[in-house]
Design a protein around this ligand. Structure first.
Ligand code: SAM
Length: 309
């Protein structure tokens, strides 16, 4: 077993507060600045979302994790790697990597950080901090590996946030990101659906919390599920190509729990941005990464790059 104290580094500032979680201490740093790049209403909404969807089963995390991390091999993450999960939410992806990595710092500005402490419970090689991309509480060039999964598209200036993340990676280390894609290779029909969804999202995300969760559950049941079931049935009939051409085909292999969670994620969040492959490559390069690889597989798009000088 690796002695993780030889991997971890001290914070570069004193926490404002240290809160006792269910299992570990949670270090809270300042998330409010004059020139900040954060949407506090989005963060609050995620805090509530992750309280509702806190109990991911290991097999669910494992199944989805294999899809998210198909471009991460042992050269990038191994038992000597010091990593950081920026915007960890419930900590499900931190949890997925904990058996493969040396030590992980998990940070999130929302109350989700307490949920992450519960989900990950007794694991030793992780530390939780309440912090945002505006103030990642470590010196620059600290980490061998950083990741930010489904986070940076919910921040007003995605490029600036990514640059802040990449600053914390050592030269020769890696940064992994998942950002919503802009449906660039999809038909006009898909793009039309997306603009409709964006319109509905504006309304739903402004509802009071309880109503918002209820409406998102209705959307999951009456909009997502019929399309998903049509896809599953088509596959059953052998019409695989047709099934994959349907909207929401990603969910044909996912549980209802994941569908409900993602419906809330998609419709309950007021700020979401979408990017093309070339925009993601350009952003990553601008942030200081090279050798950018964007996975050809779902979920679209997840990418990794190597930090250069
Ligand atoms: C869609 S969730 C993704 C959570 C997790 N990475 C996952 O995939 O399960 C987005 C997360 O980003 C966090 N977030 C929002 N703004 C942020 C910021 N400025 N800095 C860091 N995290 C932020 C939210 O609190 C939320 O937990």
């Amino acid at each position: 077993m690796i002695d993780t104290s030889s991997i971890t580094k001290n914070f570069n500032q004193i926490p404002l507060q240290t809160v006792k979680g269910n299992f570990k201490e949670i270090f809270c740093f300042n998330t409010e600045f004059e020139e900040e790049n954060i949407d506090h209403s989005v963060v609050e909404s995620f805090g509530e979302e992750w309280k509702k969807f806190a109990s991911f089963e290991d097999k669910e995390i494992d199944k989805l994790g294999k899809m998210y991390f198909d471009i991460i091999d042992e050269n990038i993450v191994n038992k000597n790697t010091y990593g950081i999960d920026i915007g960890c939410g419930t900590g499900r992806w931190t949890k997925y990597l904990l058996d493969k990595i040396g030590f992980m710092e998990a940070i999130d500005p929302s109350e989700a950080i307490y949920t992450a402490d519960k989900l990950i419970a007794e694991k030793e090689n992780v530390r939780f901090s309440r912090a945002s991309t505006d103030n990642i509480p470590f010196e620059d060039e600290t980490f061998d590996f950083g990741m930010s999964i489904g986070v940076l598209h919910h921040i007003p200036d995605t490029q600036k946030a990514m640059t802040n993340c990449v600053k914390k990676i050592k030269k020769g280390g890696y940064f992994y990101v998942y950002l919503y894609y802009n449906l660039e290779d999809r038909s006009a029909f898909f793009k039309f659906i997306l603009s409709l969804v964006s319109l509905i999202r504006k309304v739903v995300s402004s509802l009071p919390s309880v109503l918002k969760k209820f409406v998102c559950d209705l959307i999951a049941i009456f909009i997502y599920m019929p399309v998903i079931l049509l896809g599953r049935f088509s596959k059953f009939l052998g019409l695989k190509k047709f099934a994959l051409s349907l909207p929401l085909s990603f969910y044909q292999n996912q549980s209802f729990f994941v569908v409900r969670n993602d419906a809330l994620d998609r419709f309950g969040t007021s700020l979401e941005q979408r990017f093309s492959r070339s925009e993601i490559t350009e952003m990553m390069q601008k942030a200081g990464l090279s050798e950018v690889v964007i996975s050809p597989n779902e979920p679209y798009y997840h990418a990794v790059g190597k930090k250069i000088n």
